[in-house]
Design a protein. Structure first.
Lengths: 201, 187
């Protein structure tokens, strides 16, 4: 699938925009869909992972997002930016997954810590000692983000990790821009308190 | 301190590149005087950098294969849905089946009427047949008068009990004549 897509993209030197691709996909071009998968799979994975902090669940949500895109391709209208529309689907699915998890944890007697043992990103630039330290730091940061209330977590993830603009965030989360700004302020203050020792190192 | 609260907002704007030129100037002037806000700005920048530098999580190698399989299943389902739209709705099929059952039921519980009809039909048919056969026998007798002999009793009662055909050439017509058994014939 991806090989075909790469060949096709090499043929066309000018890269089509996401909106052009979705239009082509709506007209029945499956290669356009494959190109969208190639563009968005890792971006969405990173985004969803910051919500769920579990690789398997995050990947499942990303797969489901693409499946929704395939199924509801005709419900996309050109008035919205494709990335915003697509992130909204992913965010909603991730939140549903979180709700499910909450229900499960309420039902289970003992709360078992779900840790992602397989999470490992090779970083050749760092020495082993520094690599261990950076992994620990990263784990702490991710844990602290996860501990934030959902309304702060979603804006922090979208703004500081995904680098979305305020307008994009308010479209994705369907909240007013004033609320976005105040949540970012309060979320950052909370996170700064939690990460105080790391920041002051 | 209420002033500082406003400047904290400006700090967020600054690190998000959403600050205006006049606001930036105002913030710079304040930071030169306020140590707390300066520290806050430094921390905010550091945290922002930390979050931006978090390693990106990537999908696994199996991702494409799994997605392709799911998409294929979905496409197959869509095709089936399209096919289903061309077939009759279930309700119509049930309705037709119901009507057939009701008609069968009526046929079963009301056979007298049908039998009467049938017997009337049969009678009319047999009358027609009699006329036909009588005509045929008359034809045979006219053509071959020497080849047919009737028994005495039969001739007395003016009915045909047995019709004996001597001529071999008439063998193939025998069946028709035998069917006229016990019907009155006028010679």
């Amino acid at each position: 699938m991806l090989d075909n897509m790469n060949k096709k993209s090499k043929e066309n030197n000018s890269t089509p925009s996401d909106e052009e691709l979705i239009k082509r996909f709506q007209d029945g071009d499956i290669y356009a869909f494959e190109q969208l998968v190639y563009r968005y799979k890792d971006r969405l994975m990173n985004f969803v992972y910051n919500f769920l902090k579990n690789r398997v669940e995050a990947e499942d949500v990303v797969q489901e997002t693409f499946l929704r895109l395939y199924r509801n391709r005709h419900s996309y209208k050109k008035i919205a930016k494709f990335s915003t529309w697509f992130y909204t689907i992913a965010a909603n699915l991730a939140k549903t997954e979180l709700r499910k998890r909450k229900r499960k944890s309420l039902l289970s007697l003992s709360k078992m810590g779900v840790e992602d043992k397989d999470y490992d990103i090779p970083d050749v630039t760092l020495s082993p000692e520094k690599k261990v330290n950076s992994n620990i730091r990263e784990k702490i940061i991710r844990d602290k983000i996860e501990e934030l209330p959902l309304k702060f977590r979603e804006v922090i993830v979208l703004r500081d990790i995904e680098q979305c603009s305020y307008e994009e965030i308010c479209e994705i989360l369907n909240i007013p821009i004033g609320t976005v700004k105040s949540r970012i302020n309060r979320g950052r203050q909370k996170l700064q308190k939690e990460l105080k020792h790391l920041i002051e190192e | 301190m209420p002033d500082c609260y406003e400047f904290r907002k400006l700090i967020n704007k600054l690190i998000d590149n959403e600050i205006s030129f006049s606001e930036k100037k105002k913030l710079r002037e304040h930071i030169d005087e306020c140590v707390d806000c300066k520290k806050c700005l430094e921390k905010s920048i550091k945290m922002k950098r930390m979050l931006a530098q978090l390693p990106k999580v990537k999908t696994s190698e199996d991702f494409n294969i799994l997605l392709r399989a799911r998409i294929r299943r979905e496409a197959h389902r869509e095709r089936n849905k399209l096919f289903a739209s061309f077939t009759l709705p279930k309700r119509t099929v049930k309705f037709a089946f119901g009507i057939i059952v009701i008609m069968l039921f009526i046929l079963i519980i009301n056979p007298v009427h049908l039998i009467r009809n049938d017997s009337e039909k049969q009678m009319s048919v047999s009358e027609n047949n009699n006329d036909q056969f009588n005509g045929r026998i008359q034809y045979v007798i006219d053509k071959y008068p020497h080849s047919i002999s009737l028994s005495r009793e039969d001739s007395r009662e003016n009915t045909i009990d047995s019709l004996i055909i001597k001529n071999d050439s008439l063998n193939n017509r025998r069946s028709n004549i035998v069917r006229t058994h016990a019907t009155p014939v006028n010679f």
